[in-house]
Design a protein around this ligand. Structure first.
Ligand code: ZN
Ligand code: ZN
Length: 566
């Protein structure tokens, strides 16, 4: 049975074998990472991060636990990247700090990595090696081919890894877009070629396994967005992921088609457009771009503005625009606001609260696919997943990238397709599988889990590794409590400060007093709309207090603002 959890054989060290060790992304969305091991050589595929869930208060970033790699550091040869999304590259700055190995990826992927490393002051220390899609590279006993695939960003690859025991195919994230905007096609032929020659194991993206049919082409959003831009009485503000270069390209083209010019707002949006444009991966006609400082005064009937922050991340541009607290951009009555992005589960509350602000400003707001397609997914639906299975015909199939139910359903789908000659294996983070000439065997689990970077968590404390506990133990916790009148947005009393395990100076009362002043200042400097939005206020207080306390004490306690509604 494919869901059999039992161990079926003893390790045999003399025969050649290949281990696959999932370290992230099997059992959760994000922080994708997998290690392949052949003898004393380890190849790591992707090093992703995950944005913390709302219950992980005060945590900035979540990355996979890499204890296994550190324990075997002499064996780790390289990290190979499938594409440039945060859930595939975001953990690199944290991991490379301690485990400095060469990183392989495509041009655009590495450009995004470079930007990340620069922010962390690591750029000079890391060995980045570019590979073109269709290209091959030899790393220890592994030969890796980068196979071009289509997805919601550009320059994406699946990996075919030739190992001493056979070929492993890892799809990365993909969908099969037969009409990609940039003309970079999904290389069906490569998949077929490997399938024909024989593939030991296929690891495939499970994200959209619950969707029947095919995922529409990226082009599907053109009609509706063009329609809305043509009909817009005033300026159009569109938000999408800053990494969706093909979406951004289409919006630039639509703006040109309807006789408008385009502005870019948001750090990640501006940076990614710059990178893609510099690499020749985006076409922007001359004279098309509105300078940031001119956006406010530009004829609103002639403007389309692309703005990052589609998930209402607390301090993102769109969130700030929504509460009228952005230097470059405002949303005014009759403006059109389009959310051209998925509402990621978990972000609904924040996104709808942000959109409510837009509605209050009497903007015309569009955010779902009910009146025509505003967004398409970058992940394969069932029929595409079946097609990949049919092309590759692997001996073993292992679903990756998804929560357990999605992995389970992808496994069931593979059973149904019936082309897997050996076994369909359901793995989770930290559960290695060993392939030998006679079969595939589950092995003793290795350390795996989530590492919260920068701060710790309260509810998930069991999962937080020792480093974070030490961090918490050394630097303590600060809980500012602010009582706000729900209707007026006014503070009812001076903020309270509760601290534990945090002894700043000889006399802590001085720091408490100055911290209160910081909170008061932060609240005073927020406008009325921000004051009614707890998540914005909390994040602002957290950021400001963190800076203040770090400056005063060089400590970084966990800061958990609590706002009491009265
Ligand atoms: Zn992904
Ligand atoms: Zn992706």
């Amino acid at each position: 049975m494919w869901y059999d959890e039992s161990d079926k054989g003893a390790a045999n060290l003399s025969k050649p074998s290949l281990w696959a060790i999932p370290l992230g992304g099997l059992g959760e969305f994000g922080m994708n990472m997998m290690a392949l091991r052949s003898g004393d050589d380890i190849l790591v595929i992707d090093a992703g991060m995950m944005f913390p869930e709302s219950e992980l208060l005060g945590v900035d970033v979540v990355i996979p636990d890499t204890t296994y790699l550190k324990q075997n550091r002499a064996a780790v040869r390289a990290i190979v990247l499938t594409h440039g999304h945060e859930d595939h590259i975001g953990a690199l700055p944290y991991i490379l700090r301690d485990l400095n190995v060469p990183v392989y990826g495509t041009q655009f992927t590495l450009a995004l990595v470079r930007k990340r490393l620069e922010e962390h002051g690591l750029l000079d220390k890391v060995d980045l090696r570019e590979v073109k899609t269709g290209g091959r590279v030899t790393i220890g006993p592994f030969e890796v081919e980068f196979i071009a695939v289509t997805h919601s960003t550009i320059d994406c690859a699946a990996l075919a890894v030739r190992t001493p025991l056979g070929v492993i195919i890892h799809t990365g994230d993909y969908k099969m877009d037969p009409t990609p905007i940039d003309g970079a096609r999904f290389d069906l032929h490569a998949f077929a070629r490997y399938g024909q020659a024989g593939v030991l194991a296929l690891f495939s993206d499970s994200t959209n396994v619950e969707r029947p049919g095919y995922t529409p082409s990226e082009r599907a959003v053109w009609t509706r967005i063009e329609e809305l831009c043509r009909a817009a009485p005033r300026k159009v503000v569109i938000s999408c992921f800053a990494s969706s270069i093909q979406r951004i390209q289409q919006i630039v083209d639509i703006a040109a088609a309807v006789g408008r010019k385009i502005g870019f707002v948001g750090r990640s949006m501006v940076q990614n457009v710059e990178i893609a444009h510099t690499l020749g991966r985006m076409r922007i006609p001359d004279g098309m771009v509105i300078r940031p400082q001119d956006i406010r005064t530009f004829d609103p009937q002639k403007a389309v503005v692309l703005c990052s922050g589609s998930q209402a991340e607390p301090m993102s541009s769109l969130s700030r625009v929504a509460v009228d607290n952005h230097r470059l951009l405002s949303v005014d009555p009759e403006d059109t606001v389009i959310l051209s992005a998925r509402i990621i589960p978990g972000n609904e509350k924040a996104i709808f609260r942000m959109l409510d602000h837009m509605f209050r400003r009497r903007a015309l707001v569009y955010y779902d696919n009910s009146g025509g397609t505003l967004h398409v997914s970058g992940h394969a639906s069932q029929e595409e997943q079946k097609l990949v299975l049919n092309l590759v015909k692997p001996r073993y199939f292992i679903p990756v990238h998804g929560e357990y139910r999605q992995l389970f359903r992808h496994a069931a789908l593979a059973q149904h397709v019936g082309v897997v000659s050996g076994e369909v294996l359901l793995l989770e983070d930290g559960h290695p599988i060993e392939f030998t000439e006679d079969g595939a065997y589950r092995r003793e689990p290795v350390a795996a889990g989530r590492v919260c970077v920068d701060s710790g968590s309260l509810e998930e404390i069991e999962e937080v590794v020792i480093r974070d506990r030490q961090h918490l133990a050394e630097d303590g916790i600060v809980v500012p409590i602010i009582a706000i009148d729900k209707h007026t947005g006014r503070m009812e009393s001076r903020p309270e400060m509760v601290t534990r395990g945090f002894l700043p100076t000889e006399d802590g009362s001085e720091l408490i007093a100055s911290s209160r002043d910081v909170i008061l200042r932060t609240i005073e400097q927020s406008n009325a709309e921000e004051k009614t939005d707890w998540s914005v206020i909390k994040e602002k207080i957290r950021v400001d207090l963190k800076r203040h306390i770090k400056k005063q004490t060089s400590k970084r306690p966990l800061i958990l603002p609590v706002i009491l509604e009265l």
